[in-house]
Design a protein around this ligand. Structure first.
Ligand code: SF4
Ligand code: SF4
Length: 480
């Protein structure tokens, strides 16, 4: 195992590592724009230069293999001068429209300019202009003037998502990122992972059209969560308004809305990527909500609904429960503890693939569109739902049940977070909290358990399913 020295500090390395990787692994920061740990080395931004002791030139650390006793310096006068000149070059034609750029507050170029350059542009020439708002797809727009041609986006579509959707067109300061016309290339529109390039772009060149001009990142906070879009259970960060920056004048729904979703790196589950379904979580969870308990379509209090449901359960001799595969391990355990002995339980799919969606692929997307099938199966088995002829009560937890297939004339207790026609048809209906309003764990198809936290308070009139089950089994509970 070779030992190398970075700024005089000894580090053990392996021969397949680069100096950049050793530095990263040991907490030594070397600036970079084009290098990314999960992409091939491009070596084009020239910002990660270091100086080997005894040499009078700089070299890029992202492509420098380690060797025994290698001694590199990351902060010499020569390195500083080179970085400063590189930043001058990178901003030569940059529009410096940071004030209106979505990337402001998290732009690497802005941070590097302050840290390593600090001076105004030395250029007296007019800037070379390029396309603003070139729509690469219905989801992503490109500002070519801000692009530093790091090619992270190009490499992602070639190496990770494999759509080969993007390429570099032109030469010199007329180079632009454009859809690729190479054989086998797919349009970015058809790339189920396209939004990762917005995260990858180190500057404000690639912009999410959904997020564009809607927020400033410093008004937002992140809450760790899990994408419920399939049984992969990708770890995500949900971005939402900080309470101290709550809007009072404009639409108050902004305060409890998902502003954007980004991947949370978990090497055991999703690495640093998610598919576009996770980005659209807001659209899924911000559908119209159910706000009132009901008995056969008539609004009642929670206490009345609990009393009616308890009476149905007490009278039933052969009740069946269709358990949610979108429920957390904690909720599933609560149901089992409270009512699991009374009911014959089956795990149902709350969601199934919808038209146009990628059903399964080799990267992340799984065909089972339910995040906790494995956790639910561990408690309730994996038999397909079936109703014996003497079934005399059905409890349906969550979405996805085909009410046309429930035994005719048998009373139904339904728990659902969203408005649906079935809610009014159930004998007793409970509106329940949704993913962003509760905390818990999902176990993915490989047995990896991931935690999610609550972003918002439960919507008015809703209860946590867990509390409903405990109230049905024991004492009553009031709405949160
Ligand atoms: S658009 Fe962004 S990620 Fe793509 S090459 Fe330009 S700067 Fe890099
Ligand atoms: S692969 Fe599945 S869990 Fe991951 S982001 Fe896509 S839908 Fe969500």
């Amino acid at each position: 195992m070779p030992r190398i020295y970075i700024d005089g500090q000894p580090f053990d390395a392996s021969l397949d590592q680069t100096v950049m990787q050793v530095a990263d692994a040991n907490g030594v920061y070397i600036p970079r724009l084009c290098w990314h740990p999960k992409l091939s080395i491009a070596g084009n931004c020239r910002l990660c230069v270091v100086q080997v002791e005894g040499r009078s030139w700089v070299e890029i650390s992202c492509n420098m293999p380690v060797s025994e006793d290698l001694k590199v310096l990351t902060d010499t006068e020569l390195v500083r001068a080179h970085r400063k000149a590189t930043l001058q070059f990178l901003t030569l034609n940059h529009p410096v429209d940071c004030g209106v750029c979505d990337k402001a507050g998290e732009c690497t170029l802005q941070d590097y300019h302050v840290a390593y350059n600090g001076d105004a542009s030395v250029s007296a020439e007019p800037k070379v202009t390029a396309t603003k708002f070139y729509n690469l797809s219905s989801r992503i727009t490109l500002d070519n003037e801000r692009c530093v041609l790091c090619t992270r986006c190009v490499r992602f579509t070639h190496e990770v998502s494999k759509s080969h959707a993007l390429g570099v067109l032109g030469r010199g300061d007329h180079s632009v990122i454009r859809p690729s016309d190479a054989a086998g290339a797919k349009p970015l529109e058809q790339d189920a992972y396209s939004d990762n390039i917005v995260d990858l772009c180190p500057v404000g060149a690639l912009l999410s059209r959904d997020f564009l001009y809607k927020d400033r990142v410093w008004y937002l906070k992140t809450t760790p969560s899990v994408c419920p879009g399939c049984e992969r259970g990708c770890n995500i960060d949900i971005w939402h308004r900080k309470p101290e920056w709550a809007l009072r004048a404009l639409d108050a729904r902004h305060n409890t809305a998902i502003a954007r979703v980004t991947p949370r790196d978990n090497p055991q589950v999703n690495g640093p990527w998610v598919c576009n379904k996770a980005r659209d979580l807001g659209k899924l969870l911000e559908r119209p909500r159910a706000h009132a308990p009901m008995q056969k379509g008539r609004e009642v209090t929670l206490e009345q609904a609990l009393a009616a449901a308890r009476s149905l359960i007490d009278r039933a001799r052969h009740p069946v429960a269709l358990v949610s595969s979108w429920a957390s391990n904690e909720e599933l355990q609560a149901f089992k503890g409270a009512l699991g002995e009374r009911f014959t339980c089956f795990v149902k799919a709350d969601h199934s693939p919808v038209e146009g969606e990628v059903v399964q692929d080799d990267l992340l997307i799984r065909a089972d569109k339910n995040p906790n099938r494995r956790g639910a199966n561990a408690l309730f088995g994996d038999a397909a739902p079936a109703f014996a002829p003497d079934t005399d009560l059905v409890l349906v937890w969550g979405e996805g049940a085909d009410f046309g297939r429930l035994p005719r004339g048998v009373p139904v207790i339904l728990l659902n977070g969203f408005l649906a026609p079935e809610n009014g048809h159930a004998d007793v209906f409970f509106p329940i909290s949704v993913l962003t309003e509760r905390r818990g764990h999902f176990t993915n198809f490989e047995g990896v358990t991931s935690a999610f936290e609550a972003c918002f308070k439960p919507a008015a009139g809703t209860a946590h399913a867990q509390d409903v089950f405990e109230a049905l089994a024991h004492a009553e509970v009031s709405a949160p």
